[in-house]
Design a protein. Structure first.
Length: 474
């Protein structure tokens, strides 16, 4: 049984759990063969149920999905070269470029406002991997979003010229901080990737993940309203998985860490005027500081359209962003310590441009964000799959996809591990709610330009690409 304890304290306004774990179901994504109406934003078939439990973590009841992850060793990281081809070695390099402006600038996120200072510096970070057969690059921007497909094409083309990395093997993503700004991201990306390429050395790599708690939850109530700060969101779906890639040199010094998690970095609100990467930027700087020796930490944002720090933050302040950033660093480094590494892994990549259904222009009366385009029936969006060993990094596009979309891909993926990304490789495409969001007509479902059929199409196309990559790499 669950009961509310009502007190005047925000911290005490939590659900008290009489039983720690209880089985529930929550509406989720439809089965792969279900169909949603492309013309009527309120007409959807009943989403499938999703099993979960409620557990208490960090003083709050939280949503715990009924999904098991490949288990991390309880011991410290070890070298495991079994299965690596004789004479083959992975090369890896990483670099970061500071793009923090010197003076006051217009900040991006929460409307137009001028910066009055700098809390933590903003970076473009790059990692390159080369196994002798294939090469790939991951680039992370401390930025709200990317400006367009042309920008991505420009960066990829220049990096390809300088390194030979195939353009479809280059991923460029944003952390989605709302306390950043515009800057020389194109130049810095080319510079960081080039420097990382020059820095290549013999390396070992490994991948792991675990569920973490105390940072993010869904930021919607079961009825779709915004969640108030300090309140639990235990009955709305959340992806609690934090994925980590460990890259080290022959002396076992860390070259780079890649962290993937689905949570809006908006501890700092619209009243903040200090430039900052928010909790994820602070977390990456903390990881780099603790590891030392030039280690570079990249953050790849997941499907965070409906997730945030509302439940666990106690304010919208710099100290609170620092607290959650350091907690995220603790969690990522805790995973890193237990990841085994190998001297060689398979690498592969593929991109595909797909069309996601747009709402019917004539039948949609309210204004959408972005606006509907008359005569257009679909919205162009790039998806990308990168293979690293037995894991897949799958970017669903440059929209703010709801977390349940990422979970549907993870659950049906043919790979041992799948990390799902968003906010990458293209212009900001607005919010893409889950079928549940459309079914309850939450605010994003009413304002988005995507039709209710779009999440199904995106999941199907993403899994189609995943299966192709699995067939090609087996």
């Amino acid at each position: 049984m669950l009961r509310f304890a009502k007190t005047g304290s925000i911290q005490a306004r939590v659900l008290i759990l009489s039983v720690v774990c209880i089985a529930f179901v929550v509406p989720g994504l439809p089965e792969a063969n279900s169909r949603l109406s492309a013309s009527d934003a309120t007409e959807t078939r009943k989403p499938k149920t999703r099993r979960y439990t409620i557990e208490k973590h960090c003083g709050m009841p939280v949503y715990v999905e009924a999904r098991t992850l490949p288990e991390l060793p309880k011991r410290d990281s070890q070298i495991n070269d079994a299965g690596a081809p004789a004479g083959r070695r992975l090369l890896a390099g990483a670099a970061r470029v500071d793009i923090t402006p010197a003076g006051s600038v217009i900040m991006r996120g929460f409307g137009r406002r001028k910066s009055t200072g700098i809390h933590d510096r903003l970076y473009v970070r790059a990692l390159v991997l080369d196994n002798g057969n294939e090469k790939l690059a991951l680039i992370s921007w401390d930025k709200l979003h990317i400006n367009g497909f042309k920008k991505i094409a420009q960066v990829r083309s220049e990096i390809n010229k300088r390194t030979g990395i195939p353009e479809e093997n280059i991923l460029i993503g944003c952390t989605h901080t709302h306390s950043g700004c515009e800057g020389p991201f194109i130049r810095a990306s080319i510079e960081a990737a080039g420097e990382a390429w020059k820095n290549r050395k013999r390396a070992r790599i490994g991948i792991g993940s675990k569920m973490i708690y105390g940072i993010g939850t869904n930021r919607r109530t079961p009825r779709g309203a915004w969640l108030r700060d300090g309140y639990p969101s235990q009955d709305v779906v959340m992806d609690n998985e934090c994925g980590v890639i460990r890259i080290e040199d022959e002396q076992r010094n860390i070259i780079a860490v890649v962290a993937n998690y689905s949570c809006h970095p908006t501890v700092l609100g619209g009243e903040n005027t200090l430039l900052s990467g928010d909790f994820v930027g602070i977390g990456m700087l903390e990881i780099e500081k603790r590891l030392g020796k030039g280690a570079v930490a990249l953050f790849l944002q997941g499907c965070a359209g409906d997730t945030g720090t509302q439940t666990f933050r106690t304010g919208r302040t710099i100290p609170e962003a620092e607290r959650l950033g350091k907690k995220f660093a603790d969690e990522a480094l805790g995973i890193l310590e237990h990841i085994d590494v190998s001297r060689w892994v398979r690498l592969a990549g593929k991109t595909r441009m797909i069309g996601l259904p747009q709402k019917n222009f004539e039948q949609t009366k309210r204004r959408t964000v972005p606006r509907l385009i008359k005569g257009r029936t679909s919205i162009p969006n790039e998806i990308q799959a990168l293979i690293v060993g037995d894991a897949m990094l799958l970017n669903v596009g440059s929209m703010e996809a709801y977390v349940e979309i990422g979970l549907a891909i993870k659950e049906a993926s043919p790979f041992k591990r799948t990390f799902v990304l968003a906010y990458a490789n293209g212009p900001w495409l607005g919010y893409l709610p889950s079928p549940r969001g459309y079914a309850i007509q939450d605010p994003d479902a009413r304002s988005t330009h995507f039709s209710p059929d779009a999440p199904r199409v995106l999941v199907e196309e993403s899994l189609k690409l995943a299966r192709e990559m699995k067939a090609d790499t087996d």
